[in-house]
Design a protein around this ligand. Structure first.
Ligand SMILES: NC(=O)c1ccc[n+]([C@@H]2O[C@H](COP(=O)([O-])OP(=O)(O)OC[C@H]3O[C@@H](n4cnc5c(N)ncnc54)[C@H](O)[C@@H]3O)[C@@H](O)[C@H]2O)c1
Length: 258
């Protein structure tokens, strides 16, 4: 399927995983629309791959609708939409799980959750009519497990996964494919500045290119859940087997993090 992808949109394309996804799809011959709120960064990515730069704030419904409409108008139907942009806002007081201000909750909700909803709303009419379309959301292992030190990230990534599951179930019979990319630590600006003892970083930091390659392979295999860090599957199983024990283990990890 992805080998045939002609038009691919990637959000959060200026840096990190988004830029690597752009490079991977461009290497496959797709016309890639590199979209980001950072216009200069999007332009740099587009220049590197011979793609098209777009400025878009994924937290704003009109901005996402405009990105999709412009893409269809100028390049044709969207084959793959990579809803990748995301933000990690840490708890201001790590000793208080409810310390994030409402403004942080609103920002995290808009970028990490509503961005996917805005995109789906803009894409679905055309995808249902064509009985085709692939939605790849960059979620996180935090959407399956948790993110020590960030209530907003843990919660919004769980919500993002919930939406992806709903999207996949509702539109499977319309021929629409959905995948959730759930890496742990990836060497990007998002995690730089984190404590070197951050559990997810100690458990194998991947390059953005390795994550993009895993995403590409996972799409080709038709997977819903794409886990670039294979050990995450085991953690999820252990969580499901004994939730109480898992909470205890996570508290221990948090303590060890210092
Ligand atoms: N780095 C990690 O360890 C890791 C692990 C799991 C999941 N993720 C997820 O991967 C995705 C990409 O993150 P990354 O690690 O490449 O980080 P990054 O900070 O390198 O890149 C994120 C990009 O998103 C853009 N962006 C932020 N807000 C935006 C908005 N409102 N509209 C449009 N673009 C916006 C930024 O300008 C930036 O270019 C995120 O969804 C993140 O949650 C990252």
């Amino acid at each position: 399927m992805t080998a045939m992808a002609r038009v691919v949109v990637v959000t959060g394309a200026a840096h990190g995983i988004g830029r690597a996804l752009c490079e991977r799809f461009a290497a496959d011959g797709a016309t890639v629309i590199a979209a980001d709120v950072d216009a200069a960064g999007a332009a740099e990515t587009a220049a590197r791959i011979g793609g098209v730069a777009a400025t878009c704030d994924v937290g704003a419904a009109e901005s996402v609708a405009d990105l999709v409409a412009r893409t269809i108008r100028e390049h044709g139907p969207v084959d793959v939409y990579c809803s990748n942009a995301g933000i990690l806002l840490r708890d201001p007081d790590p000793e208080n799980a409810a310390s994030a201000p409402d403004a942080d909750w609103a920002r995290a909700w808009a970028v990490n959750v509503m961005a996917h909803v805005h995109a789906a709303r803009a894409l679905l009419p055309d995808w249902i009519a064509r009985r085709a379309g692939t939605f790849l959301a960059t979620v996180s292992a935090a959407g399956l497990l948790s993110q020590i030190g960030s209530a907003t990230y843990s919660t919004t990534k769980h919500a993002a996964l919930g939406f992806c599951e709903h999207l996949a179930i509702t539109h499977r019979d319309h021929g629409i494919r959905v995948a959730a990319l759930c890496p742990q630590g990836v060497d990007t600006a998002l995690v730089r500045g984190a404590s070197a003892r951050e559990p997810a970083l100690l458990d194998g930091l991947l390059s953005p290119e390795a994550v993009a390659e895993a995403a590409f392979a996972g799409l080709a295999e038709g997977r819903f859940l794409i886990l670039p860090h294979p050990q995450v599957a085991g953690y999820v199983r252990r969580k499901a087997d004994d939730h109480d024990r898992w909470i205890g283990g996570m508290a221990k990890l948090r303590r060890a993090r210092g």
